[in-house]
Design a protein around this ligand. Structure first.
Ligand code: NAD
Ligand code: UDX
Length: 434
């Protein structure tokens, strides 16, 4: 099958590479020529474990190519995926669909033969219908269907999520489109991945409902973590005791500094906006968003409290900047909210991250300094704040940490360490909900 992927970002690149691994001929198109040049030269524009070798293997086999020119690729395509960004429209919460609609306009004139145009981007209900309208208006002769195939991969585990999904959702408007999409995903039959076939609107809503539900679990446990601190309970035990109930499930019950990343923050806001547009309440999701903001604010208070309310002149070593480990993505990372507030109160920040420093630099205040060595970061610190649970921080040599630090405060915002052990080592240790 001939597949075109419009947008070679996290989702487009991973999906394109995985479809080519399935055996399809895939051309990834992006408007950013620098990104296409790098990809064609075998350089990855993002850090995602396993991606480089997957791309290289399929590129070398002639099944995966990169271009800025979509005309010929689209003409020959059986399926054209739209995998461009849908960021929050500044300050409004609505998903910005400008890139999606532009992609629809870009491809309209080049469709040739029956083609399925598939929204892979996360888009509000009604977008597929609008993509259909745009293409039909621009090219009334085009023989095409639209489909919605939302993507559920997580950054840092993107390839295995794509190759072994819990389910594939196909929103379709015709049997022909369903047949074409089922054929593309056929290799997943081997692992019996469930395929949920539905109408366009339900597929679009499944993506937002799933993300909002996962965000709800996180905000729920973060709120419980606050109660744990107040009553002397341990959020680890509470989450374990809850999660072993099969109806609840133990995943996404890790208390922390609040969720971040390129999806949960923007998708929860967009779902609230969709509900508002339809005159429907979305009180739970609104509360989830509020609790997440409050959790980040609470982390600032926690760090201040650990340093006896005085941050002025205090040197804080920050371990981890990205919103989660195994990615260089800084989009909506809690660090972007928490660190500026520490700096405003006079703290002197030195930060380490295994992959995210270059992404973080333009987004954080200039006063932050960076080190690519964990122990150099910690040297002379009054406090260490562990922000992201990278594996590199799991096995710290605490004797060395203690000797290098000026103070003894250790704030673990990811509950990586055991409180008793850390206190026995002589740290003034605090974490989240324990
Ligand atoms: P991204 O910003 O990493 O990539 C988008 C790419 O599209 C960019 O390289 C941009 O240059 C390109 N682009 C924009 N307009 C274009 C056009 N007209 N033609 C060709 N290329 C164009 O975005 P992403 O993180 O991959 O997200 C894409 C979509 O997938 C979003 O809707 C997002 O919500 C959704 N999604 C993301 C994830 C994730 O983990 N990142 C997971 C699931 C779903
Ligand atoms: C998420 C969804 O999981 C994925 O299905 C969707 O396609 C894109 O959005 P991603 O943002 O890559 O994926 O990472 P995820 O592992 O879901 O983590 C999101 C945020 O929640 C991170 O900041 C993470 O630290 C936080 N989180 C996650 C918690 O605080 N606690 C948890 O228990 C799980």
């Amino acid at each position: 099958m001939n597949v075109v992927m419009i947008g070679a970002g996290y989702v487009g690149l991973v999906s394109g590479a995985c479809f080519s691994e399935f055996g399809a001929n895939v051309i990834c198109v992006d408007v950013d020529p620098a990104r296409i040049d790098r990809l064609s030269a075998g350089e990855m524009p993002i850090y995602e474990p396993g991606l480089k070798s997957l791309v290289q293997r399929n590129f070398d086999a002639g099944r995966l190519a990169f271009t800025t020119e979509l005309a010929d690729a689209v003409s020959a395509a059986d399926l054209v995926f739209i995998a461009v960004g849908t960021p929050t429209r500044r300050g409004e919460g609505y998903a910005d669909l400008g890139y999606v609609y532009q992609a629809a306009k870009d491809i309209a004139g080049h469709l040739s033969g029956y083609t399925v145009v598939v929204d892979k981007s996360t888009v509000p209900v009604g977008t597929a219908a609008e993509v259909k309208r745009i293409i039909s208006e621009a090219n009334p002769e085009a023989d095409f269907d639209v489909a919605s195939n939302p993507e559920f991969l997580r950054e840092g585990a993107a390839i295995s999520d794509f190759m072994r999904p819990d389910r594939v959702v196909l929103g379709v408007e015709s049997e022909r489109a369903e047949k074409s999409l089922r054929e593309l995903y056929r290799p997943l039959n081997l692992i019996e991945a469930p395929i949920v076939v539905t109408d366009l609107e339900s597929a679009e809503l499944i993506k937002y409902a799933a993300n909002a539900f996962l965000a709800t679990k996180i905000s729920f446990i973060n709120e419980i973590s606050q109660l744990c601190e107040a009553v002397g309970a341990d959020v680890h035990s509470v989450a374990k005791g809850m999660g072993l109930d099969g109806r609840i499930g133990k995943k996404f019950l890790h208390a922390g500094p609040g969720y971040g990343g390129s999806c949960f923050p923007k998708d929860t806001l967009a779902l609230v906006r969709t509900a508002q547009e339809h005159g429907v309440s979305s009180r739970i999701v609104e509360a989830v968003v509020e609790v997440n903001a409050a959790q980040k604010a609470r982390m600032v208070k926690k760090i201040r409290g650990a340093l006896d309310e005085s941050l002025s002149g205090k040197r804080i070593a920050v371990l981890g900047l990205t919103f989660k480990p195994e990615t260089d993505d800084m989009r909506d990372s809690p660090a972007l909210t928490i660190l500026p507030q520490l700096i405003d109160r006079g703290a002197d920040i030195v930060a380490h991250d295994p992959q995210g420093i270059e992404e973080a630099k333009p987004l954080l205040p200039q006063q932050v300094s960076y080190s690519d060595d964990i122990y150099a970061t910690i040297e002379g610190a009054d406090a260490v704040v562990l922000m992201t649970e990278w594996n590199a921080y799991r096995g710290l040599h605490f004797d060395r940490v203690k000797t290098l630090m000026r103070g003894d405060v250790f704030v673990d915002l990811r509950n990586v360490y055991e409180p008793e052990t850390m206190r026995a080592l002589g740290f003034k240790y605090s974490c989240v909900g324990r």
